[in-house]
Design a binder for this molecule. Structure first.
Ligand code: TRP
Length: 454
């Protein structure tokens, strides 16, 4: 049914930037700081880094390897590699998870776009007290039309990029947007570091109070590592499917993880230097950046520029992530159902927008509509991030570690990475142990915990 030859990434760096673009997003700049703030700062960050290195990278390698070998979307890949209907279903769960994550993620992404507009027209600069900035956030999110309009606007941007395909859309977009994001964030970090009281923020971020580590912190950190690296639902698998055998998967994966974690830490420095310098509370939760940052933009010289830069950077970061989510759904309909890319983008982009509407209304009209005591937004986030992603990650690790045939897996992962494995032969054994035992066991513990069984 395939009408065109499958696209490939144009270059090695194009793939790394696109995959890093998927990984780096609201997860790093919005979710990571507020989780760190709620979980005690440095101790959480330490555990998070440990999770990225020990589990995140091995599972990332596994996901990309499946995609590169099968050259397909998540469902098509499992169909190509195994007869197990169960695993075809796991691929399907990934496509559904992509759809669901996109629906709520685009709501928050819409807020960043809304804040970008406010920054540009200068109204964001009129809140120099933390309370006023907080109130302003509540007023905005209480407006149903503001939420829905921005959700739709953000989805249109996403569809625009995926529409043009792998090289001309995703790769080109990422090549422009990612370096810009790094420059903007580093500029903001330098500014944050010059504030009076910045050292309190650094202390909070880098001086761990070990007594703060408990099971909640570990679980939040592992969940964040998965979410931030876009693992568990086939986004990285799909990006891997546009790779050739010449590409070095382990080294690319280390790069992706390194860039992803660095952006989270840099964003943490930007935000906590400001939070502490302006005497605010680090543990207010998901509204953290929207409530804290306007205060400093109002006070700082050149605040307008920084506000515009920051929300522009955040919008870009979110956009390269939403693109990867829509790409999974698109690739499925293109590979498996023979759809034209452009039609798949328009139909499913519009459907995601519709499904996102109840999430956009969860902060206003549907605030009191609860299922299992959660708003629609919280429920879709919980089901996708806390259930589907860990389940997907679990079965990916089991597949590559046990079911695929490890002798074959060894040959496949070495392609493009011969030197690495010659130089560091222990890497293979380590990877195998993580995939076979460590990752599945830890993921199961996280899963059981998040549904309240332990
Ligand atoms: N990783 C992205 C972020 O940190 C979000 C994201 C994109 C994602 N694609 C994903 C999360 C796939 C989980 C699975 O913002």
């Amino acid at each position: 049914m395939q009408n065109n030859p499958r696209e490939q990434w144009g270059s090695k760096i194009g793939f790394i930037l696109a995959a890093a673009g998927s990984a780096i997003g609201l997860g790093n700049i919005w979710r990571f700081p507020y989780l760190a703030g709620q979980n005690g700062g440095a101790a959480f960050i330490f555990v998070y880094i440990l999770c990225v290195i020990s589990i995140g990278i091995p599972v990332l390698i596994a996901e990309i390897l499946i995609g590169r070998t099968a050259q397909k979307n998540p469902v098509g890949s499992f169909k190509a590699l195994t007869n197990s209907k169960f695993y075809h279903g796991i691929g399907g769960m990934g496509v559904v998870a992509g759809f669901v994550i996109l629906s709520f993620y685009s709501v928050v992404a819409g807020w960043t776009l809304g804040y970008l507009f406010e920054a540009v027209n200068g109204s964001l600069l009129s809140y120099d007290l933390a309370e006023e900035a907080s109130n302003h956030f509540s007023v905005l999110t209480h407006d149903p039309l503001w939420n829905i309009g921005l959700l739709a606007a953000f989805m249109l941007l996403t569809m625009g990029i995926v529409y043009f395909g792998v090289q001309k859309g995703i790769e080109l977009g990422s090549k422009i947007m990612m370096p810009l994001l790094f420059v903007l964030l580093i500029g903001l970090m330098i500014f944050g570091l010059t504030l009076d009281g910045a050292s309190k923020g650094l202390d909070y971020l880098f001086n761990p109070d070990w007594s703060k580590i408990n099971s909640d912190v570990i679980l939040a950190a592992l969940g964040q590592a998965f979410f931030s690296m876009s693992l568990g639902m086939g986004a990285m698998l799909t990006y891997g499917s546009y790779l050739t055998k010449k590409d070095n998967i382990p080294v690319s994966s280390i790069w992706i993880a390194f860039l992803d974690a660095s952006v989270a830490i840099i964003a943490g420095i930007c935000i906590f230097t400001v939070v502490f310098a302006t005497g605010q509370n680090p543990d207010v939760g998901p509204s953290l950046i929207f409530r804290t940052l306007p205060v400093v933009f109002a006070k700082m010289p050149g605040g307008w520029y920084f506000a515009v830069f920051f929300f522009f950077a955040l919008t870009l970061a979110a956009l390269t992530s939403t693109v990867s989510l829509l790409e999974v759904v698109t690739a499925y309909f293109v590979d498996e159902k023979g759809w034209k890319r452009k039609n798949a983008v328009i139909v499913f982009g519009s459907l995601v927008t519709l499904v996102g509407i109840p999430s956009a209304l969860s902060f206003n009209a549907l605030e009191n509509f609860r299922i299992f005591n959660k708003t629609f937004f919280d429920l879709t986030e919980f089901i996708s991030s806390n259930l589907m992603l860990p389940l997907g990650g679990f079965f990916i690790a089991i597949f590559v570690g046990w079911l695929w045939g490890f002798e074959k897996v060894k040959q496949l992962v070495k392609e493009g990475a011969e030197k690495l494995f010659d130089k560091f032969p222990w890497v293979m054994g380590y990877w195998k142990i993580i995939l076979r035992y460590v990752a599945p066991i830890l993921i199961i513990i996280v899963l059981l915990y998040s549904i309240g069984i332990i």
